[in-house]
Design a protein around this ligand. Structure first.
Ligand SMILES: Cc1cc2nc3c(=O)[nH]c(=O)nc-3n(C[C@H](O)[C@H](O)[C@H](O)COP(=O)(O)OP(=O)(O)OC[C@H]3O[C@@H](n4cnc5c(N)ncnc54)[C@H](O)[C@@H]3O)c2cc1C
Length: 392
């Protein structure tokens, strides 16, 4: 077990290891990742891993666009593949959400995301299996898709190790050391690690960790989010697009093996707060019915589909459903990257790069992360939420 480091990162999910990799690439010194279980054991290994190029918030769209650039060159950068599959993304809006969707399309274009707005008839030609009667407009981003969360994370881990990062698994951080208002390291059952910089990337455990550090909980909470899986009938035709269905408050994306993965975007369904130690990983019949019924309304041919084994995973929700990224105000040298509210995978490479840039004192990274600063809640500067449900 290492005794000293230049940076300790708490958490070996996709976010922690991405920050570690990008710090090492900047030559930031000895970087150590401490993971209480195994790599990807938290939210990451249970992610749907959709890469939806869409948000109502300009700062979030910028992160998505930067992340997508990295995903699209992933193998060149990390030396292994992330399993990126381009399905095309459609965001479907009824009359009530049409104005907000138009606005989001302008933001996406400004961030360099290829997208277009389609009339219901145009969308029906693109996606013949979908019902379009209730739609006013659809946003279409042809490069949207998904990747494999564990392939991605393991590739980042391997690249980080090649760059000199030390990753300790089965190593839980139990205490933060600080003196004179500065962080000095962390304690673990295997011993202390002295470091002038500590990054908390602890996912659903962030609330407990920050409280343990005496920093309050920033209003974060963990929730258990279930995902259903349906095998499409043989006569369904080609896979459907990845969709964010605003009228029905559901999302869906195709998966290999003729499967469709789907879940709720309604914040009151499938986002119930839970303590991580009470996590059970199940999907209830009531939730399955809620999602499947709405999915069949959009794609009637799925009524003949077969339900397959779903799963659930822990997410970390912030008060405004946007990430919490940056320096923690009370202890110098202490940072956090958390609160991704179900959107962390798709922005993970950009978060890794920008958090590393922030820690290294780079101006551009620091400016891009200002909207996500942890102090925004105490300052009454929470990011505005939208009518896009769990999309923030
Ligand atoms: C069901 C589900 C579907 C999702 N779908 C999508 C999607 O389609 N698109 C998308 O972009 N995002 C999605 N997400 C969200 C995305 O997966 C997360 O935002 C992302 O994985 C967060 O990564 P992380 O590294 O912050 O957290 P985690 O992967 O949870 O990693 C945190 C790690 O910290 C460790 N840890 C905690 N406390 C300590 C401690 N004291 N000491 C040491 N280690 C500690 C944990 O063991 C854990 O491994 C989904 C999430 C879930 C659960």
């Amino acid at each position: 077990m290492v005794k000293t480091a230049d940076v300790v990162i708490i958490g070996g999910g996709v976010i922690g290891v991405s920050i570690a990799y990008f710090l090492a690439r900047r030559g930031f010194g000895r970087i150590v990742v401490l993971e209480q279980e195994t790599i990807g054991a938290g939210s990451t290994g249970r992610s749907v891993a959709s890469i939806d190029l869409f948000s109502h918030h300009p700062a979030a769209v910028t992160l998505q666009a930067r992340a997508y650039e990295i995903f699209s060159q992933f193998e060149e950068i990390f030396g292994a593949e992330c399993g990126l599959i381009t399905t095309g993304l459609a965001v479907l809006a009824g009359p009530e959400q049409a104005a907000a969707l138009n606005q989001a399309a302008k933001l996406a274009e400004a961030a360099g995301i290829t997208c277009q707005l389609l009339s219901p008839d145009e969308f029906a030609r693109l996606e013949p299996a979908a019902v379009v009667d209730d739609l006013a407009v659809a946003y279409y981003a042809p490069r949207g898709g998904y990747a494999d969360p564990m392939l991605t994370t393991n590739a980042v881990v391997a690249a980080a190790r090649r760059a000199g990062v030390v990753i300790e698994q089965g190593c839980k951080v139990t205490h933060l050391r600080h003196a004179g208002g500065r962080v000095t390291g962390v304690d673990t059952p295997a011993g202390a690690v002295a470091a002038p910089v500590v990054v908390s990337a602890a996912g659903p455990w962030s609330k407990h960790l920050l409280k343990l550090f005496g920093l309050g909980d920033l209003g974060l909470y963990a929730c258990e989010h279930p995902v259903i899986s349906i095998q499409r009938p043989a006569d369904f035709g080609p896979p459907h697009l990845s969709i964010l269905d605003l009228p029905n408050q559901t999302y869906a994306r195709p998966e290999t093996g003729h499967l469709t993965l789907a879940g709720s975007m309604d914040r009151s369904v499938g986002y119930e707060a839970i303590e991580p130690e009470n996590f059970h990983g199940q999907v209830t019949a009531a939730y399955t019915f809620w999602v499947a019924e709405r999915l069949v309304q959009r794609y009637p041919a799925l009524e003949a589909g077969q339900l397959r084994q779903g799963w659930s995973g822990l997410m970390t929700i912030s008060p405004d459903w946007q990430p919490v990224l940056g320096a923690l105000p009370t202890v110098a040298g202490l940072y956090c990257a958390t609160g991704f509210s179900g959107q962390g995978f798709k922005i993970s490479p950009a978060v890794g790069d920008l958090m590393a840039g922030l820690i290294a004192g780079e101006t551009e990274a620091t400016q891009l992360l200002v909207p996500f600063r942890p102090s925004r809640f105490a300052e009454g500067q929470s990011l505005a939420t939208s009518e896009f449900g769990a999309l923030g």
